[in-house]
Design a protein around this ligand. Structure first.
Ligand code: ZN
Length: 699
């Protein structure tokens, strides 16, 4: 091990000679406090040499395992494999995150070069017959080697990974699989790049102030700022980013303009231009189907689901349709109520998709006397953040201390030291709040470095980042969040708690929960965000410091069921679309638009609602890790509602025993066993779906 790192260091030295101005920061452990990423030293030209050195290092590590002439054991095979590829994870942990949150054309080009190389590299390891032979040997003898439970689990998971990656295939089929993987990684990247272009290409430019009628001041100011940034001072520009789009759909009285921006949003990637994603989808599905068949599955969904809690496509299909039907019934009631409002206002038309947000907002006011603009002054980004820090402190005793000396990749990104109640260090949290052209849409939690242990058993501290696209501050207003953004921040924060608490000696199982479990730690935090007791802790007026009045809190509570028919219907419709694509066995004659329509017709999706993502902009499944997995949000929601109900029905929202059990079994040791087993260890019983159905108003 030591000898190997010396070899790598030597090869780094030769790189250094070529570039005398700076040493490549990725090639050694970071020389910073807490070993945080030295963003101030990283340059675009560092990435490629680091990727190359990283792949070389890992291949040498693999060679050392393979060339060892002793009988394969956990210590000489599994452990060094588990700890291999340090440089590669260091550079990947930065590169792929910056690519999403602070990209440039150079980085995107670089990604297109790097992705196929990494895909090939991954395959060279996953399909290395000698390595598999050794892992297989340990696997076959795992019960006779005196291994502990965790070591046995690690051996089993690696064995499963290798089989699922084609290690047991013939050399000919391996070559095919390798080619498929390489093509898939390139296509996925193209899909994402097209979407980025489609997102930024559309602008709704308004020069007549009459067309702003109905919009709140904050939205108008942001649009004026956007126009200024785009060199159109004096006009107003609305974009497809959520903080710009959603208020427009909610409040703009001009129906024709609402229709324009609505159609632009849903038709991203489906415009028949150079950024159209239809052909890419077809190619990707064809390749995924080929891959599933090579690996012995009838379709890609079953290949993916075999290692999830839900286990197979039939289970997921049933799970989804059982929720879809009551959800759509509720959505139809919502539509009828909105239509009545429209009629009372003298509208002479049947409501369409682009009317939903607008009349839903009116319905919210009429039925719940709730206007988002009333609560926003209490939800400044600082207060919402402090609230979630307080909740985590009450649950787990942990603390968050700002540390402005830690290098960041973009000005304004906040950094916090996270510590246990005992003062022990847990890791660093980065918070990146606002949209910019170089950032992908949406919100996510990611890591520059995972928690774990190095090969000598020393703790490795995680560097975790929350990236969001919230309503930015303006000249006259601080960043004031709406309810959806507030929940989003708590959601992503929940992922970060999972990342901070994950612990284990082996990378393979540390924090590695199944896909349909992964949204449990995040979604459960949204429940605390909405509890009156907790709202009072954080929702304070940004000017007066006054706590949100009880009647407003009550209105938030009452409106929890607001628009849930719509929300659930669009979510489940997209989940079904995802499943149907990945259950396909014949992709040859696929017509994407036609297929999407047929599938939605088959479940009788009402025309006023579209799946949350249409095929051509469904990045989760075509440029993310959610293929045959989008249902996981709902699956995990059943778990999170059940888990939160456990806290709530104990009479103490922050019940320390329950928090301790949740932290241990679901967050810290979540990867130690199968998802349902870990859940039962925490809960003492199977999850019950009653709390979910109630929370969504479906029962
Ligand atoms: Zn999430």
């Amino acid at each position: 091990m030591i000898a190997l790192s010396v070899i790598v260091m030597a090869s780094c030295d030769s790189t250094k000679k070529q570039d005398t101005t700076t040493q490549n920061p990725f090639l050694t452990e970071y020389q910073t406090p807490f070993k945080t990423v030295p963003f101030d030293q990283i340059k675009t030209e560092h990435y490629m040499p680091a990727f190359e050195a990283g792949m070389k290092e890992q291949l040498e590590e693999i060679d050392a395992i393979v060339n060892n002439t002793e009988t394969p054991t956990f210590q000489n095979t599994i452990l060094p494999y588990d700890k291999s590829g340090k440089i590669l994870s260091r550079v990947s942990g930065v590169f792929f995150n910056i690519l999403e949150c602070n990209t440039t054309d150079e980085l995107q080009e670089l990604a297109e070069q790097v992705m196929p190389l990494l895909s090939k590299h991954g395959d060279a390891i996953a399909m290395n017959p000698k390595l598999f032979e050794k892992i297989d040997y340990v696997y076959q003898h795992r019960n006779e080697m005196g291994l502990d439970d965790q070591q046995i689990r690690v051996v089993e998971k690696y064995h499963q990974d290798f089989v699922r990656s084609g290690a047991a295939l013939s050399a000919e089929d391996q070559a095919k699989l390798s080619q498929i993987n390489e093509q898939l990684s390139t296509l996925s990247l193209q899909f994402g790049n097209n979407l980025l272009k489609e997102n930024s290409n559309f602008k709704l430019v308004i020069d007549n102030p009459n067309d702003l009628a109905g919009l709140p001041q904050s939205s108008i100011e942001a649009a004026a700022q956007q126009a200024k940034d785009d060199g159109m001072e004096g006009k107003w520009v609305f974009t497809l980013s959520k903080p710009s789009l959603i208020p427009f759909l909610q409040y703009a009285d001009n129906r024709e303009l609402r229709k324009q921006i609505y159609l632009a949003y849903y038709n991203r990637g489906d415009n028949g231009n150079e950024y159209d994603n239809k052909e890419l989808i077809k190619q990707m599905l064809k390749l995924r189907q080929q891959k599933a068949q090579l690996l012995g599955y009838d379709n890609y969904a079953n290949y993916v689901l075999a290692i999830n809690m839900a286990h197979d496509a039939a289970t997921v299909d049933q799970f989804l349709i059982d929720i879809f039907n009551p959800a759509q019934n509720l959505a139809k009631q919502e539509l009828a109520e909105m239509q009545a409002i429209a009629k009372a206002e003298g509208a002479k038309f049947k409501l369409e998709g682009w009317d939903w947000w607008y009349y839903a907002e009116k319905l919210r006011k009429a039925k719940y006397d709730f206007d988002e603009n009333q609560i926003k002054p209490y939800l400044s980004v600082d207060n919402v953040r402090n609230g979630m820090f307080m909740a985590a402190n009450k649950l787990y005793g942990i603390t968050f201390t700002p540390n402005n000396t830690i290098p960041v990749y973009y000005p304004g990104v906040e950094t916090y030291e996270v510590k246990e109640a005992s003062g022990d260090f847990l890791g660093i949290l980065y918070l990146d709040y606002y949209p910019r052209a170089s950032k992908s849409g949406g919100a996510w939690c990611t890591e520059f470095r995972n928690a774990g242990h190095d090969i000598n058993g020393n703790k490795v501290y995680p560097l975790i980042s929350l990236v969001m696209n919230f309503t930015p501050p303006t000249d006259s207003l601080p960043a004031l969040l709406n309810w959806d953004e507030t929940e989003t921040m708590w959601h992503e924060f929940g992922h970060s708690l999972h990342a901070f608490f994950s612990d284990g000696l082996y990378s393979r199982t540390c924090g590695a929960v199944p896909h349909d479990f992964v949204e449990l730690p995040s979604q459960i935090m949204e429940n605390w965000a909405a509890e009156p007791e907790v709202i009072r802790m954080y929702a304070k007026h940004y000017q007066t410091g006054e706590v949100m009045p009880d009647d407003l809190i009550e209105r938030i509570e009452n409106s929890a069921l607001f628009n849930q028919g719509f929300n659930t219907t669009e979510l489940i419709a997209a989940s079904i679309l995802d499943m149907k694509y990945h259950e396909l066995t014949d992709v040859e004659n696929l017509d994407v638009d036609k297929f999407e329509k047929e599938q939605m017709d088959a479940i009788h999706l009402m025309p006023e609602i579209l799946p949350r993502y249409r095929s051509t902009n469904f990045a989760h499944i075509f440029n993310g890790g959610y293929c045959a997995g989008y249902y996981g949000y709902t699956w995990a929601e059943v778990l999170d509602k059940d888990a939160f109900n456990y806290f709530k029905s104990s009479g103490n929202l922050f019940n320390p025993e329950i928090a301790k059990a949740f932290r241990q079994h679901c967050l810290q040791d979540g990867g130690n066993d199968e998802g349902m087993i870990q859940y039962r260890k925490f809960r003492g019983q199977d999850p019950d779906n009653e709390p979910y159905l109630k929370a969504r108003g479906l029962k």
